[in-house]
Write a protein that binds this ligand. Structure first.
Ligand code: HEC
Ligand code: HEC
Ligand code: HEC
Length: 276
């Protein structure tokens, strides 16, 4: 799936003259063996759940150390060590990211009730958590948990199937066509474009349930409030009222397009960087 193991992400940085300047950021992708611990290769999000356990286990050890409860410190330290070591079994390429010396020290300290050493070992292990997260966390989320919108298809009676990107292009074309027609007082063209626009939005609406099993997300972006905006837009166009029509169009673009993009598109775009 991945043709490059490394990705060069170019960004323009406006840096002060005294700062060392750089116009690119380089970051590494996680080893491909990580994929088997995520859907769809796995039935569950195994990696993520291991991580949640690690954080919980660390917290438990810390809280029982503070309470002076030796029995529970030992219990949770043991679990922590087991999950921490499992990182190297799950993703062998990441073996070097771990701190086996501090695992051993934690093990010993937890068994002998040496709370000071338990605390120090936790701190050292935590450095390794942070180091790996700094290097790989964001990329892993983008690769394995952010959906791939490029794979989505929307069915359109006349044209067969449309990709999400094509549908987006059409939405963009029609919304701008409305805007241009309003400005130039081309009312028939504005009416035609606005009918097309609503038809395209109807197609988009069918796609939500592919990922959202509940009605609320769809309601929030394309529900009654947005439908009202679209109805007023049509009315203003019918009445040839250029200013209010343009204002309705702007509101609809914010309520429908921008709000949905904030959640989906930004992440989708970042994910695509890996596929170039
Ligand atoms: C060798 C790499 C590596 C090490 C070491 C590691 N992690 Fe992670 N961790 C990851 C990756 C990759 C993710 C992103 C997973 C995702 O969100 O799908 C992650 C995500 C997490 C998350 C989820 C964060 C969130 O809120 O979404 C928690 C919690 C976490 N790690 C805890 C820990 C703790 C605690 C340790 C150390 C005891 C640790 N991890 C060590 C790689 C690592
Ligand atoms: C390919 C999968 C996918 C499709 C298709 C999709 N979404 Fe989402 N959406 C997500 C994911 C992932 C999130 C992040 C939060 C989550 O997991 O629910 C999200 C979050 C949201 C949120 C913010 C969180 C919430 O639950 O309110 C809204 C609103 C939303 N989507 C609306 C929509 C609408 C409207 C459509 C259809 C036009 C749509 N989505 C289509 C995957 C998708
Ligand atoms: C599901 C919520 C959602 C709604 C509502 C939405 N978009 Fe999008 N849009 C996306 C996603 C996801 C992408 C990224 C598509 C991809 O990754 O291929 C996108 C991408 C785009 C693009 C870039 C297309 C390309 O070729 O990369 C444009 C332009 C666009 N949208 C316009 C609009 C306009 C205009 C509206 C409002 C009329 C709108 N979108 C409403 C989710 C949405």
């Amino acid at each position: 799936m991945l043709r490059f193991t490394q990705l060069l992400l170019c960004v323009s940085l406006l840096l002060g003259a005294s700062t060392v300047s750089s116009d690119s950021i380089k970051f590494e992708l996680p080893p491909e063996s990580l994929a088997q611990w995520y859907k769809p290769l796995n039935k569950r999000q195994v990696w993520l759940h291991t991580m949640f356990r690690l954080r919980r286990e660390m917290q438990a050890v810390e809280e029982y150390v503070a309470a002076g409860d030796r029995v529970h410190v030992e219990k949770w330290a043991h679990r922590l060590i087991e999950d921490y070591n499992s990182i190297a079994t799950m993703v062998p390429e990441w073996r070097d990211e771990l701190e086996p010396i501090w695992v051993e020290k934690l093990q010993h300290a937890a068994t002998t009730g040496d709370f000071e050493m338990v605390t120090l070992s936790l701190k050292k292990l935590n450095h390794s958590c942070r180091a790996c997260h700094d290097s790989y966390q964001a990329q892993s989320v983008l690769l394995y948990r952010v959906p791939d919108y490029q794979a989505l298809k929307v069915s359109d009676g006349e044209q067969g199937e449309l990709s999400y990107a094509d549908l987006m292009d059409q939405l963009s074309l029609t919304i701008n066509r409305i805007k241009i027609a309003i400005e130039d007082r081309q009312w028939q063209a504005a009416q035609r474009a606005s009918a097309q626009f609503e038809q395209r939005l109807g197609l988009l609406q069918q796609s939500c349930s592919a990922c959202h099993k509940e009605p609320q997300p769809e309601e929030r972006i394309l529900g009654e409030k947005s439908q009202q905006l679209l109805r007023s837009l049509s009315q203003q166009i019918e009445q040839q009222a250029a200013k209010p029509a343009a204002s309705m169009l702007g509101k609809a673009a914010v309520a429908i397009c921008a709000r949905c993009h904030g959640v989906h598109r930004t992440l989708g775009d970042l994910k695509h960087l890996f596929e170039q």
